[in-house]
Design a binder for this molecule. Sequence first.
Ligand SMILES: Cc1ncc(COP(=O)(O)O)c(C=O)c1O
Length: 507
Amino acid sequence: MGLTDLVEFWEREVKPRFREVDIESMVSLSDGSEVKYVNLDNAATTIPFRSVIEKIINSLSEYGSVHRGSGQHSKVTTARYEHVRETIRRFVGASSDDYIIFTSNTTTAVHLAASLWAQRSGFILVSDAEHSSNLTPWVQHEHIKNNGRVVREYNTNPDGTIDIEQIRQCFERANNDDEKIKTFTTNSLRIKLLAVTGASNLTGYKPQIYELAKLAHSYGAKIFVDACQLLQHEQIDMLPDDDPCHIDFIAFSGHKMYAPFGAGVLVGPKDFFDGRDLPAPFFGIDFLNLVYGSVYQLGGGNIPYIDSGGNVLRPKIERAHEPGTPNFAGAIAIEEAIILLEEIGMNRIKEYEHQLVALALDGMMKISNVKIYLPKNKICYPKDETGDYIIGSVIPFDIEGLPHKLVAEILAQEYGIGVRAGSFCTYELIRKLKGITKEQDQEITKEVLSGVTANIPGLVRASFSMINNLEDVNRFVSAISEISGKDIGYYRQRYELDERTGEWRVK
Ligand SMILES: Cc1ncc(COP(=O)(O)O)c(C=O)c1O
């Protein structure tokens, strides 16, 4: 896309699909003036498409209880809710043997999967560059169910990228360990699941998920992809079940794909969720219904019967994993967002966003005291789209001599540009990128325990989506250029630091 194409794409394809108040809102600056807001915090959450809001409002006139009523409204609402599963199935290329399970967000989707995976023998392998939502649930559930067993963590390269050969060695080592203990225990030391991000929320780095899937399968393991920073930017296809590169599980959040109404999704094989891969029933009793294949959270709506002996029976359907009254509005919001993403075209969205980020990067790289934390040899779009690459939606950076939280505050207060500063729930990756030593980490830990969070390492993250346009990029680059031309002494006269939190406020 040339510059004119970028302008045209935004005017024709993007602008009409959002409400003006959402994409052209004005914000007040510290000097009292008003400017058009530039939202560069799209990786945190996204604004809704206009028709997502309209669809929710329109469907509320026939709203009724999902799955629990006999009235017309209940039936219409239930049918609409169930229909969303099929739209999602098609969008992500899931098979008819997969369940599409609604959750509240990616975090609860990972918890759900982790609670069931913890019933299986073997280890979970995660990378150290994951968002904590794709790390701590695995650790927590393995720890609880497997008597303190921890997950195996794979160390990414210093820039947070993945070396597939290293992962292969992790599988190999686990198999060797398993061989050694085989005679003493039935508990496997093999890796049962590789959990990996589809796109890093900090660097935008996209691991080669299909190659990783092939590798995991060759060792009899499955792959789980945290797709919540991926599928709003480019197509993800889970591929047919018999394809060696098939993605077994994905999780994502509606609020990161223009449907911010509290729903997330977990997709994975029915057999897994129903516990069919677990040991066979004993003595003809269908333990699947009672013990194994138990669900993440039991409650109303996902149990057909509790017998007089207190035995909880569960249906072998996806609803068994959706406790309580489901989030109908969140589900139909996701469906409408998918319809719009497809209408615009995922490839065009990807191309548009990549061009914008490439322009922003070009501008940023010309500013001498700006440091960009992207894996340098992976910045290859649009030259080479094979392999892993990073240009997508995120630019992590800082400015020499200026604390990251100050830079974010200046951008908001003086330029009306919203970014995020912090560690983005990727603590190990941030430590790597910032070169934090073990000793420094220990100091930081002591401080945090005493309530001081000011020295937790962090960066500034500008995250783009299709709602951004050329004007946003130009305003952002020129703001960074101006800010980087001034020193901390200049800004200390205007902003004051909270020594405990590291936050800066206009004086
Ligand atoms: C890569 C990644 N995974 C998981 C999450 C958690 O998503 P949610 O807050 O919707 O549960 C986020 C949120 O920022 C993320 O960026």
